[in-house]
Design a protein. Structure first.
Length: 224
């Protein structure tokens, strides 16, 4: 019988958020955003990142139910929050040209068509195939890079996905590749976020697979 073990102990250091490590395993989602919004994420990881990086101005261009906006408001940080559902297409460079400069950008894009948000052709989740999704995601990343101040950070929450048609899709790998192609650099660990309360957790499948129980928060930086 295998024994489950507690998480490894982190080394002490001068971090202002001592519990923030490469594993984010917080069960409640907090009172941020709307738990019923499809694919919503909890607010605690965002709060930890904001308290660690201490940005003055945050951009949240795929806001969904407003989880990041709510965290920023609680912490008293200026935030510009928008989403395609309110008419803002962050894959279009002109829209991002008008929002000014930020020292932190948070994006939680659709994991391609795992959840389809709309049939708007600008919606990343409406991309008909993987190359189209990646082209759109690449445009979003490049637009975010353009609004980042020197030394500013872009945090992207992304999960891998299994597609009925094309099988396993390593979206976290592709996302990192697109960030590096855009000239962003990585100077801290990826964060593995445990996905508590996934809708798939209560389902039974006939097929055989290794269930993925996490997504990845990749943090990249604009060079100074
Ligand atoms: C995973 S959800 C974000 C959920 C959010 N983190 C929350 O907690 O509610 C992804 C969001 O991306 C938005 N989206 C998709 N394509 C977009 C685009 N081109 N521009 C802006 N938002 C887009 C969708 O409308 C959806 O709300």
């Amino acid at each position: 019988m295998m024994k489950t073990v507690p998480l490894p102990v982190a080394p002490r250091n001068a971090s202002p958020v001592s519990h923030l490590t490469s594993i984010h395993a917080v069960a409640p989602r907090g009172h941020y955003g709307n738990a019923r919004y499809p694919g919503n994420c909890g607010g605690y990881l965002i709060r930890d990142l904001l308290q660690y990086f201490k940005p003055k101005r945050v951009f949240d261009p795929m806001s969904g139910s407003g989880t990041c906006r709510d965290v920023c408001q609680e912490l008293g940080i200026e935030v510009v929050s928008a989403d395609l559902h309110s008419g803002f297409d962050c894959s279009h460079p002109k829209n991002c040209d008008m929002v000014g400069e930020f020292d932190f950008v948070w994006i939680h894009p659709p994991y391609w068509r795992m959840k389809v948000y709309s049939n708007d052709p600008r919606d990343l989740s409406a991309a008909r195939d993987l190359p189209e999704f990646l082209r759109k995601l690449s445009r979003v990343i490049v637009n975010c890079k353009h609004v980042l101040a020197p030394g500013g950070h872009l945090a992207i929450l992304m999960g891998d996905y299994h597609d009925r048609e094309i099988g396993f899709v390593p979206l976290t790998y592709h996302t990192k590749r697109l960030c590096f192609n855009a000239g962003l650099i990585q100077d801290c660990t990826d964060i593995v976020r445990f996905q508590h309360g996934n809708s798939s957790s209560s389902k039974t499948y006939k097929s055989t697979f290794i269930p993925g129980l996490h997504d990845i928060c990749l943090i990249v930086k604009q060079q100074k």
